[in-house]
Write a protein that binds this ligand. Structure first.
Ligand SMILES: [Mn+2]
Length: 329
């Protein structure tokens, strides 16, 4: 859920959406209050320090624990002195008198990425149970997937499946946007969730068959086997997929076609995968001209931060948009 913020009156909407998620998760009222405070501070900061930006509220799930992530993203002046800004009680703008330090203290997990003149992204997570155990497995994943402004249904979709020896990630973009695009996207998500195989060929063809009753979609699916150091990929239509690492980027080519409508014989490709590799897959709601080397320090950030930064800076603004990032944990 994305809430655009450009004036103080919109901070209430961000707070209400975040609290609604917390309530849905069954969080106690006091925890809901914590989420409310932190979200209000984040949204207020957008207006005060950057003039405008957006708040993302995302559901999280990990080892049977549920939570939510509130992200604020702006393209404002950035934070000149991050450690000073994080001192509790040091709010430059005053509002509640506690600022960033309070957001960090209120949340179970906090992260911040700020570049002078390029903007700030802040991420705060709130979990139902204090995390019992950290994420298992060799990989971390994160996604930003948001409908075009004015639509409730997202015509893009995504999926992550962790199987015995590999993880499978998928991005789908139903043709156009709105409810008919969403129908195709949900169907592709359903097929991946139900897949009994980790064969990309089988998943692609099952998706193709299932989407015949829909208007069709661009679709791409990748399988990462960290032990073997390999990533396999197959894509049809306009989903961008790249393996990036400091100083290098390798695009993985998709075939022309529309899954569910017209699909020629397609071939799966395999590439090397290292602990430094980062997989970025996105729909055409994002421009493709990004380069993570332009973001100092981003390589050390979790996938959720990378996805939020790419979405902030490369969203084209006239379509649904989805960006999925995977990297070594
Ligand atoms: Mn699209």
């Amino acid at each position: 859920m994305l809430i655009r913020i450009s004036e103080a009156s919109q901070t209430g909407e961000a707070r209400r959406k975040a609290v609604a998620f917390a309530e849905e998760l069954g969080m106690e009222e006091s925890r809901q209050g914590t989420v409310a405070l932190a979200t209000t501070e984040m949204a207020t900061n957008l207006v005060k320090h950057a003039g405008k930006g957006h708040i993302l509220v995302q559901r999280l799930q990990q080892n049977g624990n549920f939570g939510l992530r509130v992200v604020s993203a702006d393209q404002g002046p950035g934070i000149a002195d991050i450690s000073k800004a994080l001192e509790d009680g040091n709010s430059t703008a005053g509002t509640m008198g506690n600022g960033l330090g309070a957001i960090r203290r209120l949340s179970d997990s906090f992260d911040l990425y700020s570049i002078p003149d390029a903007g700030t992204v802040i991420s705060a997570e709130f979990w139902q149970k204090k995390r019992v155990k950290p994420a298992s497995g060799p990989l971390q994943f994160a996604v930003v997937s948001e409908p075009i402004q004015g639509e409730d249904e997202c015509g893009d979709g995504w999926g992550v499946r962790t199987m015995a020896d590999a993880s499978i990630v998928m991005v789908v973009d139903g043709l156009g946007h709105g409810i008919l695009a969403a129908e195709a996207a949900r169907e592709a998500e359903r097929i991946l969730a139900a897949a009994k195989t980790n064969s990309l060929h089988d998943i692609l063809h099952d998706t193709h068959d299932a989407l015949k009753k829909t208007r069709g979609a661009a679709f791409a699916v990748a399988k990462i086997n960290s032990d073997k150091g390999l990533i396999s990929f197959v894509g049809v239509g306009n989903i961008s997929a790249s393996i990036v690492m400091p100083g290098s980027s390798r695009g993985m080519a998709s075939y022309n076609g529309i899954v569910g409508q017209t699909m020629e014989r397609v071939q799966e490709f395999t590439y090397p995968w290292t602990v430094n590799s980062v997989l970025v897959m996105h729909s055409d709601g994002l421009a493709t001209k990004w380069n993570l080397d332009n973001y100092p320090g981003i390589w050390n950030k979790p996938p959720s931060m990378i996805a939020a930064v790419l979405h902030r800076d490369f969203y084209r603004g006239r379509d649904d948009a989805t960006v999925l990032v995977a990297k070594a944990a």
